[in-house]
Design a protein around this ligand. Structure first.
Ligand code: B1M
Length: 213
């Protein structure tokens, strides 16, 4: 197998044996984000397909997630960091009912490496907890992540609850089940502030930078 194929197969197989030396080798050719967005993400897409076809069980997908997390942890120190002063404070959360956090944690790494102070509330975060954190932290924006189809709906509810609580800072939303259209037509009308869709973590950074300008 080529290096790229091997990297994908660690994720698909859920094994870490040989992973670190291959990640090290990949850094000679690619930036850390290219490794994540390329071979590792392709592996994760494959996992999603196999799981969908009942060829993998949840326990196996969890092992794949562990490999992805270990890879991101290994690559993180090699990512570019900007030395700018703090550009803003952002609360991040995976919405109520959803445990997927790899994408959200990638967003945290990229934003915090680029001058943002991040308050990561974790997974399955109900609107009440977001409202509490908003009052306590006074953030400049709130980032919501969710991968399940029902999480897209949960974002609508979250936007409504945040509005009822008087929150009006920009909301950044992302995750596999969301689209720009859904964000614009279903989430944004339920909220008093700006609601923006990010297709990936880098897009999230671009949007945050535009907001903070
Ligand atoms: Co689950 N899962 N999962 N899963 N899982 C999906 C999402 C699924 C599409 C798989 C499939 O069936 N093909 C499917 C959803 C179906 C649907 O609703 N349409 C699914 C399902 C069904 C489930 C369970 C219900 C399975 C079960 O128990 N029967 C269950 C749900 C539990 C729950 O949430 N209540 C479940 C559980 C799990 C595991 C725990 C085993 C594990 C998660 C481990 C973890 O996160 N700690 C897991 C995994 C790993 C996946 C897949 C395979 C991979 C997700 C991932 O980490 N991708 C996924 C299939 C897939 O997506 N291909 C799947 C890598 C990550 C970097 O990408 O999170 O998309 P992603 O983030 C991207 C962008 O979306 C974006 O940026 C990132 C890239 O830069 N982004 C943002 C994300 N959030 C953002 C926020 C932003 C900006 C950008 O701003 C705030």
């Amino acid at each position: 197998l080529s290096l790229e194929e091997r990297l994908g197969s660690y994720v698909v197989e859920g094994t870490k044996e040989g992973l670190i030396p291959d990640l090290q080798e990949a850094l000679n050719k690619y930036s850390p984000l290219q490794v994540i967005n390329g071979p590792l993400m392709r592996g994760m897409e494959q996992v999603g397909k196999l799981f969908n076809n009942n060829e993998l069980i949840v326990a196996e997908v969890l092992q794949s997630a562990e490999v992805m997390k270990a890879s991101v942890n290994y690559l993180e120190p090699f990512m570019e960091k900007s030395e700018t002063s703090v550009k803003g404070k952002i609360i991040l959360a995976t919405v109520k009912g959803d445990v997927h956090d790899i994408g959200k944690n990638l967003v945290e790494i990229i934003l915090s490496n680029n001058g943002y102070k991040i308050v990561n509330l974790g997974i399955k975060v109900p609107p009440e907890q977001l409202i509490e954190a908003f009052k306590r932290e006074q953030p400049d924006a709130i980032g919501l992540s969710g991968l399940l189809v029902k999480s897209a709906q949960q974002m609508v509810i979250t936007a409504q609850d945040l509005r009822s609580a008087g929150v009006d800072v920009p909301i950044l939303v992302g995750g596999a089940a969301l689209t720009r259209k859904f964000t614009k037509t279903r989430i944004a009308p339920e909220y008093d502030g700006v609601v923006l869709y990010a297709k990936d973590a880098m897009d999230g950074l671009d949007i945050a930078n535009k907001l903070s300008d």
